[in-house]
Design a protein around this ligand. Sequence first.
Ligand SMILES: [Cu+2]
Length: 72
Amino acid sequence: MTTVTYSVPAIHCGHCTHTIEMEVGELQGVQSVKADEATRKVQITFDIPASEEKIKALLAEIDYPVEGLISL
Ligand SMILES: [Cu+2]
């Protein structure tokens, strides 16, 4: 199991955090997603078949591109 925290500056409200949590939460292998509108960070815990590559691709696709990895 891996937990990553990403900086996602496009987050600006509760609608954004809800969308991210719903969409990323549907990826196979994702255990939990917590998006925070105050810090504009997303913390994701996952295992295979999910991967950082797949998560970042999905976030870019729904218009919340990852700008940086805050922690592993
Ligand atoms: Cu929003």
